[in-house]
Design a protein around this ligand. Structure first.
Ligand code: PLP
Ligand code: COI
Length: 340
């Protein structure tokens, strides 16, 4: 029986469900994972995660499709990205197989929390790994825990598909050769001040520039950028210090192979943003959130698509991607993992 939740009106927040997955790394190997009903964690006061932020995470969603199945979208890519994050943070990586089994069991055991088809909500899944053993000198922990919980969620930005206003920020998110390309908790800790300031000033997100030259568009705190040129080309920033978004990589494929659009993955100068026709933020949480206006230090860049609705190409990308995720449009081989 589905839970009695007001699916249409939930926001993006934590909602406790019945089961979560946990596995431990001790004495050089990962234990077999299991489900638990206990949402609390007891760890050393000196745990590596608490002292030196040795932790990384992932984010993916489970969807109820048109035919009533429950599926996940390209979870193998989340597994690989978590493995990449682990390597960069000196965390012993889990295997793709372990990751996929954990996703399946968390979703299956919480099936009553997967929002119904057409409700606009989805089940957000949050896998994470952290250093659990005591660490005082700066070095990696010796013991780790891999956990995964889930939470029904609605739109990441209030207003759903309404265009948002963002600002160009003077804070940096990631250094060249730093950790911007992995999903480390530390990248988000250092963005909190900037996002709080942005929210206080009325902006929904920050546009980060490249830290070295401050001339190129990187990403926001929680999503990659997709732009559309006036002649209908899709342009998306390429950088070694942004998170390789699975949504963005999927949209590039959809644009080329489903919509027949030309796509450029390249450096994007802040200077050229004023010439684009459409702009959107893409990510698991954001899906594709249209940007209507960008404030660059008092200079307003107003996207021609305006503040009322998504631009036409952004809308096509959105409809095709969500159509694939919800089973209305045939997916490329291997993109959909059926769970129930
Ligand atoms: N960029 C950042 C900084 C993110 O936190 C996310 C969210 O995961 C993304 C981009 C989008 O990535 P994905 O599409 O894989 O969710
Ligand atoms: C996601 O889209 O999964 C993220 O992790 C973004 C986060 C800011 C909620």
């Amino acid at each position: 029986m589905k839970k009695n939740i007001d699916w249409e009106n939930i926001g993006f927040g934590y909602y406790k469900t019945d089961y979560r997955y946990v596995a431990d790394y001790k004495n050089g190997s990962w234990s077999e994972g299991k489900l638990t009903t206990d949402e609390n964690i007891v760890i050393s006061e000196c745990a590596g995660v608490l002292q030196y932020a040795q932790t990384c995470f992932e984010g993916l969603k489970a969807y109820t499709t048109q035919d009533g199945s429950i599926v996940t979208f390209r979870p193998d890519l989340n597994a690989q990205r978590l493995i990449d994050s682990c390597e960069r943070l000196c965390i012993p990586p889990i295997t793709e197989e372990m990751f996929l089994e954990a996703v399946d069991s968390v979703v299956k055991s919480n099936a009553d929390y997967v929002p119904p088809y057409g409700s606009g909500a989805t089940l957000y899944i949050r896998p994470y790994i952290y250093g659990s053993s005591p660490v005082l000198g700066v070095h990696p922990a010796e013991e780790f825990q891999f956990r995964m919980f889930c939470s029904p969620v609605g739109p990441y930005f209030k207003g759903g598909a309404k265009p948002i206003v963002i600002r160009v920020t003077d804070y940096d998110r990631a250094a060249p050769h730093g950790t911007g390309h992995i999903k480390a908790g530390l990248n988000y800790a250092m963005s909190l001040y900037a996002i709080q300031e942005a929210h206080d000033l009325g902006y929904s997100e920050n546009m980060y520039l490249d830290a070295a030259t401050r001339t190129k568009v990187e990403e926001t705190g929680g999503a990659n950028f997709i732009f559309v040129t006036k002649d209908g080309k899709v342009v998306t920033p390429k950088s070694g210090s942004i998170l390789p978004s699975i949504t963005r990589r999927s949209l590039v494929y959809v644009a080329k192979n489903y919509l027949g659009l030309e796509v450029e993955e390249r450096e994007v100068l802040l200077e050229e943003v004023k010439d684009f026709a459409e702009c959107g933020l893409c990510g698991t949480a954001a899906v594709i959130s249209p940007v209507g206006k960008i404030d660059d230090h008092g200079k307003e860049i107003c996207l021609p698509s305006g503040m009322e609705e998504m631009g036409p190409i952004t809308k096509k990308l959105y409809d095709t991607l969500t159509g694939i995720q919800m089973g209305r449009i045939e997916a490329p081989e291997g993109w959909i993992r059926k769970i129930v």
